[in-house]
Design a protein around this ligand. Structure first.
Ligand SMILES: *Cc1c(COP(=O)(O)O)cnc(C)c1O
Length: 454
């Protein structure tokens, strides 16, 4: 089939995510049909190669078509591809859960499997609410969530979402939450300065709790980076302080590590930077290095034990599960991923790359339309503004991000700016030379769209 036919059929038969389908009639908006991938590169059917600077939606960590992962997948497919997880089990699930709990130092030690990030969040919310019921607090049924947060696209996850463009329309279908301020340091909602900030925005959390802690089951956060909200970054001390607040008011801390988990921030999970332990964590994106859909919700003895009982009438049973719960093919890959990361000594491996990104980001700082340059581990972001002083953002309609995306493609990189924010979330295996190349491409693309005259 030729490219023209493929694109016609794509438009005719497929309904794409987050996309106004009619906009795909426009030549500039055609999807790029990918034929294969190798390492950090993707190749389309015309033979063009692009650096995958977004890790294929933030999931790919060890590069495309990794030999060891391919082998693990193939090997497992010859054993058992899938089996019902009600009443049955298998080695990949057992070995992975055991290894993961060991890596978390046994602080969170009960692993619930599902198959995507949104679902891991649904599991966490249901688990948290049921825990409160089992502890004799059925009235604790609201959650606190943050402005600008993203926790997935299923209805529970949308209920705790805080991005109007994605979430507002569905409001009539959602459960009630309380929204607290976003820890958006560059545009601090409390007008504080980074240097002297004491996480004053947490007052908004505490104010809600003063009003009605008796009705609150827990708070859900994206640790260190509100990713889909525009790579909004905040310091670890926020999480440390939040943990104390949760303890003071007796609510659960749910830590959505879906984007940050599996070393994206330089540590296995982002909460480790804050030296605390959440009550429940959700993880998904990096878990199989971008190979297979899989997610986990991991919790403590305290929560697990509240459900553990002789009673089997259902009241204390966690009624949740999916056809692909603990999918063996995915778990074999996830287990191999953990082994590879261990062998690489991943935390040390990432340090020079994080430092290299930091150095290369310098080139953006003087550009007249760059308001903020920020980095947390292997996540880098450049926020564009119309005016440095007033921090006035470009409007969505101006389509700056889209234009930079198109320039980036011509130069050989898949940059996918979110509105005003150019970001890099690359596979970990990117070399220092490639970091230079990628940031040069992004800088050139930026200058093409917004020339820096001075
Ligand atoms: C991507 C994401 C999700 C949703 O994960 P899916 O696998 O896309 O359902 C949830 N939380 C965070 C923080 C995410 O970045």
């Amino acid at each position: 089939m030729n490219k023209k036919q493929l694109l016609e059929d794509d438009l005719k038969y497929i309904w794409r995510p987050f996309t106004q389908m009619k906009s795909l009639e426009n030549e500039d908006n055609k999807p790029i049909i990918i034929k294969r991938g190798k390492g950090i590169y993707l190749e389309d059917i015309d033979g063009n190669k692009y650096i995958d600077a977004v890790s294929s939606w933030w999931v790919n960590t060890l590069g495309h078509s990794n030999k060891k992962l391919n082998k693990a997948l193939y090997k497992q497919s010859k054993q058992i591809e899938h089996v019902i997880f009600g009443g049955f089990s298998h080695k990949p699930a057992i070995s992975f859960a055991k290894k993961l709990v060991k890596l978390i130092n046994n602080k969170l030690n009960h692993v619930f499997f599902s198959d995507n990030g949104s679902t891991a969040v649904e599991v966490a919310l249901k688990m948290a609410y049921q825990y409160q019921v089992l502890k004799g607090h059925p009235e604790k049924k609201k959650f606190i969530a943050l402005k600008n947060s993203y926790h997935g696209d299923t209805l529970g996850a949308v209920s705790v979402g805080g991005i109007d463009m994605y979430h507002k329309l569905y409001k009539p279908l959602l459960f009630e939450i309380r929204q607290a301020l976003s820890p958006y340091c560059y545009r601090c909602p409390m007008n504080c300065e980074k240097e002297t900030c004491n996480c004053e925005c947490l007052e908004s959390v505490e104010n809600i709790l003063k009003e009605e802690a008796q009705n609150i089951a827990g708070i859900i956060i994206e640790p260190l980076v509100q990713a889909a909200g525009g790579m909004i970054m905040y310091p670890p001390k926020y999480i440390t302080k939040l943990r104390s607040i949760c303890d003071k008011y007796n609510i659960l801390l749910i830590d959505d590590e879906v984007a940050m988990g599996f070393y994206r921030t330089g540590k296995l999970f982002a909460y480790e930077h804050a030296d605390i332990v959440p009550d429940i964590i959700c993880a998904a994106k990096g878990i199989t290095a971008g190979y297979m859909p899989l997610s986990v919700t991991v919790t403590t003895d305290e929560i697990y034990n509240a459900f553990y009982d002789d009673d089997i009438d259902g009241y204390k049973t966690f009624y949740h599960g999916h056809s692909y719960t603990a999918y063996p093919l995915a778990l074999a890959v996830a287990l191999e991923n953990l082994k590879i990361l261990e062998k690489m000594n991943i935390e040390e491996y990432l340090k020079p790359k994080i430092a290299k990104f930091s150095k290369e980001l310098e080139k953006f700082k003087n550009h007249k339309n760059v308001g903020d340059v920020r980095q947390t581990g292997m996540i880098c972001a450049v926020e564009l503004v119309k005016d440095k002083k007033t921090k006035e953002p470009f409007t969505y309609e101006e389509g700056i991000g889209k234009k930079i995306y198109i320039e980036g493609l011509k130069l050989g990189a898949i940059l996918r700016p979110m509105w005003n924010c150019i970001y890099f979330i690359t596979p970990y295996i990117i070399t220092e030379k490639e970091i230079e190349k990628l940031t040069d491409i992004a800088y050139k693309a930026l200058n093409k769209v917004l020339p820096d005259e001075e």
